[in-house]
Design a binder for this molecule. Structure first.
Ligand code: ZN
Length: 271
């Protein structure tokens, strides 16, 4: 049951580093201690939707995913571990960011939390793609190892960009190289000698499309742009992005399960 919290603030009364969406007019929590931030899980304010749209999926993924991951049926168990961590990572950083963003530590704490949030998104991109790379290049062990290495290096660059970027556009740009790399893998599966379950590619394309669309919705700030104040607590662009990110992770999971099931019965052609 929601209880009554402290008096909430309007946009202009909140610290400037928290004024990142000028179409969200009310419902800002006052500057708070860590304990007060935690208490804000139980009353209505404009970050509550953001907290729960990632908090609830985190617990569901944590508990339910291990039952559907074929840990013992795959030769390389690390694929399963990387995949499980990938699915969990973006929600952990996000929940911490949204719960504690109004901490008394101010802008310094805020920036650190934002970097943590972005780091989680980088991790799902990085760890989530490792099984895709491994399976696509299954029949080319040398190329497979090289591609995994290149992708991890690209990801490190992406992590650097994403955690130091100052604007949403720059943050989205940090993921472009990883995205292009995955896209070239998809092309290699369709037109080249890349392998994988015939059903997984479609799921991975939906996964990336949802993630990009979510990022764009967050940048253009729709729908609150059209009716400032109406979506302060529910239904604003950031919450829509959160839900798209969750759907994207579910597609990653389905695609990876398809590939892991497929790999069991596949034999690379011998010369
Ligand atoms: Zn968020």
């Amino acid at each position: 049951m929601l209880h009554k919290g402290p008096r909430l603030l309007e946009l202009a009364k909140t610290p400037s580093h928290l004024q990142f969406n000028k179409f969200v007019l009310t419902g800002y929590r006052p500057v708070s201690t860590a304990q007060e931030c935690l208490r804000s899980l139980f009353y209505m304010h404009n970050e509550l939707g953001n907290i729960y749209t990632h908090g609830i999926p985190f617990f569901l993924f944590l508990v339910l995913l291990p039952f559907s991951i074929p840990w013992m049926e795959v030769d390389s168990t690390w694929l399963c571990v990387a995949h499980y961590l990938a699915c969990l990572s973006p929600t952990v950083g996000s929940v911490l960011y949204h719960v504690f963003m109004n901490h008394v530590g101010g802008e310094h704490v805020y920036d650190t939390l934002l970097s943590l949030d972005m780091f989680g998104v980088c991790l799902v991109n990085t760890l989530g793609a490792l099984p895709i790379i491994h399976i696509t290049l299954l029949c080319f062990p040398g190329l497979q190892r090289a591609a995994l290495l290149v992708y991890v290096l690209l990801s490190s660059y992406g992590i650097y960009c994403a955690t130091t970027a100052r604007t949403n556009v720059l943050r989205l740009r940090a993921f472009v190289w990883q995205g292009l790399f995955r896209f070239s893998l998809f092309l290699f599966r369709v037109f080249g000698s890349g392998v994988g379950s015939p059903n997984s590619l479609r799921l991975f394309v939906i996964m990336d499309s949802l993630a990009v669309l979510g990022g764009v919705v967050n940048i253009v700030q729709i729908p609150e742009r059209f009716s400032p104040g109406l979506f302060d607590n529910w239904g604003n662009s950031h919450q829509i992005m959160h839900i798209m990110v969750i759907c994207s992770i579910i597609y990653l999971h389905w695609g990876t399960l398809e590939d892991l099931a497929w790999i069991k019965s596949y034999q690379c052609p011998t010369e």
